[in-house]
Design a protein around this ligand. Structure first.
Ligand SMILES: Nc1ncnc2c1ncn2[C@@H]1O[C@H](COP(=O)(O)OP(=O)(O)OP(=O)(O)O)[C@@H](O)[C@H]1O
Length: 700
């Protein structure tokens, strides 16, 4: 090396090092500016939220995220509306949402969202110790100095003003003792990172108890008892927040394939279904929530919107038939559904191919055979006589010999011929067309999860459709139902739909939260130990294992000698109820076995000046009217007070003296069971003891 060479090399190294240090210093300055901006931002948000602590809210500031060395949670706000996990952003550049991605000045900020979602899950885990549902936890990113009000998946992106508006306008979920217990628990789980630095202006708003002061220790049993008490008084949002540990584990469970939840009436199956739908939607999924009943989807939609507004737009509530019509329309296949013409086709087919065949000797009621065609043959997509002869008929016990099945098949073929001749379809055809189309061009419809409630009333074709949409993907399909509450004829077995749901993917709920014990007992008496076919292929003969949560309630029997006396007793009972409180009628329902009775009582009660609403028109929104509807329309619903005029009418009408009495009676019993188990506190059972025949409007 030349003389002086080493000195100049050293100088170069020093220069390089100096540049490196300068760069680092600049970086450190920038970071310091960022941190102090962030701290200033947090102080601003804390100051704004501090005011809430005067009205029952608790604010935890700068908490340590357990299990991490340095990570923190900016704020956790606990109050009547639930729990908010808050991440404060004091960015120089405005946040932008482009193609569903958060960015600022062209730089992706997706990692920030991921971190907030992760810490929210940690808060949910902590609250699961208290049996609190994740639907009560909301992640919020607050942008200081910005006006924002957007949602990215589950995360609410807001400015300070919008945050205040959101938390103060949300519905009440938690009463103050519960707020205190939740805040105390979170204080323990997320310890203070460093003492909160609040601006001077905020300190004047500090409540008598500081936000970090531990509240009274919670006791899960006491909390559960408090929630149960609140649940009985309503409103619905309260019981929508705390769940039984068995329910909560089902809400958050990751299933590797199709799963099912069963349980007797009132054991919280739908509650689990709705919470799970909300949880999966909030986690970024898209959920199809299906039932068989027409009015239930709207009611459940409104319930869910109140319970978990965030993510509710990612859940589609529909009846299976409505879904099928929409799906076929999208595929350019117009619906040819025409119920009246289809009924007429059956009546004509019966006249020529049923009435004089061996079928009428076995069972004279054409209705029974109509159900056989629609629910058994078409409902199970049986396509040939040999297949029909070989097929089991779950849900039906009337034994059919080969000659009967041949006669049924001839009736079926004639019925189909007439439908084709007229160019119309019945309900089962609609589902069969949708299934065929799904098989031709499969689609998941964009759904990550399909949840079917009241699944016992679907046909095999219906379940095949749902399975075709969801496939066997993890968390893809959840079937919820109770075969003992099947109110339509026929049935299916999961295995026939290619579903093998066992072990940890088949769960049973046991705790009944709805019915007073005497009401449940009266309902079980009606079933009289009647065996029923479960969708897993088993025939259940033992009564369901139900754990009742104690609460008062009663069954009132009201026998009368004549229809006028019976109806007068009902009117008196309802007037007494109306006199109890202004809104008692709003929590009551008159349920009938037939539409004709519904019309009769609607008319009668209107004439009495009572506010009434046909259950057909009920959408779940609170109102003052007394509901009147059929047993079938009341499926999945509940009321504090339930009145069943002529309650044994359906049972009597089922006994026609035909061979199919066994099936008819079983169905009538299950329908009555469903109607009775809609009652929480009072079940009024009207009956007529003497006089006119069962089918006359003069008698029950
Ligand atoms: N964890 C809970 N705590 C308190 N109440 C609850 C809980 N879960 C459910 N309930 C109550 O039980 C009632 C019945 O719940 P849900 O309608 O989900 O039952 P279900 O099993 O679907 O009933 P059914 O099969 O009879 O329609 C709810 O309205 C609610 O009042």
């Amino acid at each position: 090396m030349a003389a002086g060479g080493s000195a100049s090399a050293q100088a170069a190294r020093h220069r390089e090092h100096a540049q490196f240090l300068t760069r680092q210093l600049r970086e450190a300055h920038r970071a310091a500016a960022r941190w102090s901006a962030a701290a200033a931002g947090e102080r601003q948000v804390a100051a704004a939220l501090w005011a809430l602590t005067r009205s029952g809210w608790t604010l935890l500031v700068d908490r340590r995220w357990p299990g991490t060395a340095t990570a923190n949670v900016d704020m956790i706000l606990v109050g009547p509306a639930g729990v908010y996990v808050i991440d404060v952003k004091n960015w120089r550049d405005a946040p932008q949402i482009v193609d569903g991605e958060l960015s600022a000045a062209g730089r992706s900020c997706a990692a920030e969202l991921v971190k907030l979602q992760a810490v929210t899950r940690r808060v949910e885990d902590a609250l699961a110790d208290m049996q609190m549902s994740p639907v009560a936890v909301a992640p919020v990113m607050v942008f200081v100095g910005r006006q924002v009000d957007e949602r990215l998946g589950r995360v609410h992106l807001v400015g300070i003003h919008e945050l205040l508006h959101a938390v103060t306008s949300a519905r009440t979920r938690l009463r103050s003792p519960v707020v205190r217990a939740v805040a105390a628990h979170l204080t323990d789980v997320f310890p203070a990172y460093e003492a909160p630095q609040l601006p001077d202006t905020a300190t004047t708003d500090v409540p008598a108890r500081t936000p970090d002061e531990p509240g009274e220790l919670f006791n899960v049993d006491e909390l559960a008892a408090e929630q149960l008490r609140v649940a009985r008084e309503r409103p619905v949002e309260s019981w929508m927040t705390f769940l039984h540990p068995d329910q909560l584990s089902l809400v958050r469970r990751r299933w590797g394939g199709p799963a099912r939840i069963t349980g007797a009436a009132g054991t919280g199956k739908t509650v689990v279904g709705l919470h799970r739908a909300a949880y999966l939607a909030q986690s970024g999924g898209r959920v199809l929530y299906v039932t068989f009943v027409r009015n239930l989807p709207l009611i459940q939609k409104h319930l869910l919107e109140r319970m978990a507004p965030a993510g509710s737009d990612r859940i589609e509530f529909t009846s299976l038939h409505r879904w099928a019509v929409t799906f076929l329309t999208q595929r350019g296949i117009p619906s040819r559904l025409n119920v009246a013409k289809a009924d007429d086709c059956f009546a004509r087919a019966w006249r020529t191919h049923g009435r004089h065949a061996c079928l009428a000797d076995l069972e004279p009621s054409p209705r029974y055979w109509e159900d056989e065609l629609r629910h058994v043959i078409k409902g199970r997509d049986i396509t040939s006589l040999p297949k029909y002869i070989a097929a089991p008929r779950p849900g039906r016990r009337t034994a059919l010999r080969k000659t009967h099945k041949e006669a049924v098949w001839a009736l079926y073929e004639e019925y189909q011929r007439l439908l084709n001749e007229r160019g119309v379809q019945d309900f089962p055809d609609l589902l069969l067309t949708a299934l065929a189309e799904l098989r031709r061009h499969p689609t998941d419809g964009g759904y990550t999860t399909v949840i079917a409630d009241e699944v016992q009333d679907l046909t095999l074709t219906g379940v095949r459709i749902l399975h075709a949409i969801s496939g066997d993907s993890p968390n893809g399909l959840l079937l919820i139902g109770d075969a003992q509450q099947a109110v339509y004829p026929g049935g299916f077995r999961l295995a026939d739909a290619g579903l093998n749901i066992r072990g940890g993917r088949a769960e049973v709920l046991h705790v009944n939260y709805r019915n007073a014990a005497p009401i449940m007992q009266a309902a079980l008496n009606v079933l009289d130990g009647e065996p029923f076919d479960d969708i897993d292929g088993m025939t259940i003969t033992a009564p369901p294992a139900i754990e009742m949560t104690y609460h008062d309630g009663r069954v009132v029997h009201s026998p009368a000698e004549s229809r006028p006396m019976h109806d007068a007793a009902l009117r008196n009972a309802l007037h007494d109820l109306a006199a109890q409180s202004d809104d008692a009628l709003a929590d009551a329902a008159v349920l009938c076995a037939t539409k004709r009775d519904v019309d009769h009582y609607l008319q009668m009660l209107r004439a009495q000046g009572l506010p009434v609403l046909n259950l057909d028109d009920y959408d779940g929104r609170p109102g003052q009217a007394l509901k009147v509807g059929t047993y079938l329309r009341a499926k999945g619903l509940e009321f504090k007070y339930v009145y069943l005029p002529c309650h044994d009418r359906g049972l009597k009408a089922a006994q026609l003296g035909g061979s199919a009495d066994i099936d008819r009676l079983a169905l009538a019993r299950r329908q009555l069971f469903v109607a009775m188990t809609r009652a929480r506190d009072l079940l009024w059972l009207g009956s007529i003891t003497g006089g006119a025949p069962a089918t006359s409007m003069n008698g029950c």
